[in-house]
Design a protein around this ligand. Sequence first.
Ligand code: CAO
Length: 570
Amino acid sequence: MTRQTIVVPDIGGAEGAEVVELLVAVGDAIELEQSLIVLESDKASMEIPASHAGVVVELKMAVGDQLSEGDAILILDTSAAYSDGAVASQQEASSNDQSAVSSDTDLVSNQHVDEGGERVAVSADPGATAGRAVLERIVEVPDIGTDGDVEVVELCVSVGDMIGEGDSVVALESDKASMEVPSPAAGEVLELLIAEGASVTQGAALIKLSVREGSLPAATATSATAIAADSTDTAVKPSPTVATANPASEVSAPVVSAQPSSSVSADMSDLYVGPAVRKLAREFGVDLKAVKGSGPKGRIIKEDLHAYVSQRLADPAARAVSVGSGIPEVAEIDFSKFGPVRHEERSRIDKVTATNMSKSWLNVPHVTQFDDADITDLEAFRSSLKAQAEQRGSKLSPVPFIIKAVAIALNANPKLKSSLAEQGDVLVYKDYCHIGMAVDTSNGLVVPVIRDADKKSVWELSDEIRGLAAKAKDKKLKPDEMQGAVFTVSSLGNIGGRGFTPIVNTPEVGILGVSKASTQPAWDGSAFQPRTMLPISLSYDHRVVNGGDAGRFLTYLVALLSDIRQFAMN
Ligand code: CAO
């Protein structure tokens, strides 16, 4: 087997991007460039492609981990047989290789499937690819240093959860200590075998876990007993924990720890708190060391956290710090009082956008100015280019013309592309013209950046806009493709609306909102003429841009859009 560690490639300098989705599992045969995981940074989601083909033998991270360039994602078996599209045939070969099955089976035929307090079964997995076994594993209460009962004070997982090795399964409380029982392996929770409040002793079954072969902890491998189901025995054994072996499975034996995992998580020694409360504390931004626990042995329970937060909010001094500017908060309402409701966790991008919008709204004195550009000639010209666009294999929307015109207008009005520095004492003028373009994606609003928009032709801008928008929608944008804009264009023209007041994307000082063009009657001095009018709105930071600056910029922009021959002069 040739093991190849696949690492996070250059993701444009994003540090600590969160793993939000695993797209492959141990045992999967993957192709070159196949997406492995989805990472989410503050700015974007991106799928990380495989740099080699092969079979996944080990995952080196889990959902929720923070990864940076060079961090390991997984280990692939890239043996020649697995690469170059030979994956399927290799699997076929291994599934038919009964001699390999027997030899491994011989090795383990005397082993019990109930070993060291953790019962394991190899199950048939109709969905599994050949070469990958699925184990059902009962996680039990390990040696907790007492013969007496301990109470299950918290269930940390639910059925269907994908959990990582070491993730807490339950929190237990004895008369001596609180402790969390970590999962000995990564997998999916199939069944909860215990309820909160139950009294348990060592060996009691807690949950049933479905574990992919190979995802068992590496640390246990050295002291482990190799177990494989007898491939000749396809009957379900009487034990509830034993299922059939998948006769088609490759039989590199799953490895099972002979010892249960350690029972007490390290930081429980000085702080008794369950993972659910820890998670809540992280969401509130509360340092748990400041919270007094009222549970047995000083355990911090949810009620302690709520009381702490309420008390902090009631304290005017703390409040000024925690909610900034002393702005009264909007009270949360229990909407279920009025009818059925559904709660959905927001994407990280949505949450970051919300924070950035609030930050800009609260810090930047916004003014929005409106105008209409007569784009009748622009539209006629654009229509005349339809065939040419088709020949080039693309489509030409009004947006590249708008970006081109904005770039020209920005260079003529550089204050609109400046930023404040040194607490507002200094203005930074930029001699480049990178323009951000808001893109609406299923994952939230992202703003890829068109570099040097002022130096590109309308065709080049069109291609780049389409490319960036497609990448944004496919979560393929890198962080550096979303950095460095001097100004943003937010076009809702393809969606509709007569005008809106966009929020400045700080530290930029201006943003252009583009609404839907429509045919309007325009008075030419003797009669009304049908003209195509494009409503645009400019929001600006009034600390930097005054009405005169904004008026000049917008008037010039309207002139450019109304007479695109001007483009040729710039
Ligand atoms: N008026 C009328 N029609 C317009 C228009 C306008 N201002 N702008 C675009 N259109 C039309 C085009 O003519 C084209 O129609 P045809 O195919 O009939 O010619 C269609 O809309 C093209 O739409 P598109 O989405 O494929 O391409 P686009 O270049 O217009 O827009 C992009 C690209 C990325 C800006 C857009 O897809 C998008 O995501 N917009 C939303 C941005 C957003 O959410 N802003 C709000 C941010 S603040 O919350």
